[in-house]
Design a protein around this ligand. Sequence first.
Ligand SMILES: Nc1ncnc2c1ncn2[C@@H]1O[C@H](COP(=O)(O)OP(=O)(O)OP(=O)(O)O)[C@@H](O)[C@H]1O
Ligand SMILES: [Mg+2]
Length: 403
Amino acid sequence: MKNSEFPYISSLIINDCYAYQGLRIDTHAPKGEFRHIILTGKNGSGKTTILNRVEHLLIHLKQGGLPNNQAVYFKELIKSNPKHPQIQDWVRELHKFDAINIQYTYKEELLQANKDFLFSFFKASRKVVVKNVDTVTKQDNFTNQLSQSQNSTEFFIANFKQYLVNKKVYQAFAQLGGRQEEIQENERFFENFTQTLRDIFHDQKLVLEFEQANFEFFLRLGDGRRITFNELSDGFSAFLNILMDLFMRVDLIRKEKYDFAYNPAGFVLIDEPETHLHISMQYEVLPIIARLFPNLQMIVATHSPAVISSLKNAVVYDLSSQKQVADWLVGSSYSELMIRHFGLENEFSPVADRILEEVNNAIKAKDTAKLQQVFIENEQYLTPSLRLEIESQLIELQAPLSA
Ligand SMILES: Nc1ncnc2c1ncn2[C@@H]1O[C@H](COP(=O)(O)OP(=O)(O)OP(=O)(O)O)[C@@H](O)[C@H]1O
Ligand SMILES: [Mg+2]
C-alpha cells in the first residue's frame, strides 16, 4: 500500500462512551491526507474510553478481522440467548466493537488486508523500567511484537536498551563483513536518536555513550553528568518512552521493507501526553513526534491548553461541550484559551480574583482605609497586569489610587 492511499481516520462516530452518546468528530481531511485528533473535556467525559475503543478496533483490523462483523455476531448471540450465564461478558465484548465506529479516508478493508501499518498506544499511566541487558538477542523477538494482538508498547520500552545493544553488536559484525549499507544505516539510526535527545534536553553537547563491558548506555550531558535510561527524571522518561517505542517500530518496519528512508503510515494513540511535563515541553511533545514520524496520525486525549494549541493540522474536539474547538483557538494566546475553552472567568488566578474582589468591595463601600490595607497586604502579589487592572477599575470608579 502506498502511503498516499493509506486509510487514515477521517471520522469518529461515538455511539457510547459511557458519559455521552451520539457524537461525531469529523476531520474533513481529503483522501491521502490526515489531521490529528485531539480530544479534550472534563474528568470522566469519555476520552480514555474512546482511545480504548479505537485501540480495540485497530488491533482487530491488524488481526485480519472486520469490527462490524464482530458487532453483528455478538448482537445475534445476545438476542438469541437472553438468559445465558455469559450474557454480561458478551455485552462487554459487544460494547468494545459497537461503542464507536471509525470512518477512514480509504476503505477499512485496506487496513484489514495490510496489517503492516504502525500502531502504538501510550496509556495515561506509563512508567516503564528499561530492562538490563546481559546478552545479544535475535531480532525476530522484536519483529514478532509488531503484529501482537495486544498493545506491545511496554515490551518495546522495556527492551529498548536490548535493541540498542543488539544494534551495536550487529554493527560490529557488519564492519567485519564490510557491509557498508548496513553500517551507514546503523550510524544514521544512532545519529537520529542522539539528535532527538539533544532537542529534547535542549543540550546540543549531549552524546549517547555505550559501555561495552556491561552493555550499558549513558546519556552524557553537556555539563558532564552521565545518566542511564532508568535514571531519567519522570518527565524526560515519560516523553522518551514514547520516542523509544516509535523509533524501534519504525526501524523494524524499515528493515523489513529494506527501505531505510521509509516513513511508515499508521496511528499513535496517546492518553495525556502532558504527563509529568513542564509547560514548555507540553508545547513540544506533539510537534516533535509529528516531525520525526510525519505519516503517523495521532489521536490524543488531553487536559493541557499547551497540547491543544501545539499543532496546526489537528482537529480539537471538546467532549464536555460536544463541540469542535475553533481553529483560531489553536492559534490563540494562553489566556484566551483558558477563558474561551477551559471556562475560566478571566485570565487571573483565583488568588488574583480574590484581591480584585476585595478592591471592588472597598471601592463600593468608599472605604479608603480598607483599600490601602488591601494594597499593602497584597503588594508582593501584584503583577504589572494585575496592578493595571486594579488601577483601571479605580479610574473607572473615579477613585484614583493617589487620591
Ligand atoms: N467499563 C465501564 N463501565 C461503565 N462505565 C465506565 C466503564 N469505564 C469507564 N466508565 C465511565 O465512563 C466515563 C468516562 O470515563 P473515561 O475514563 O473515558 O473519562 P476521561 O475523559 O478519560 O476522564 P479523565 O480526564 O479523568 O481521564 C466515566 O464516568 C467512567 O466512570
Ligand atoms: Mg482518561
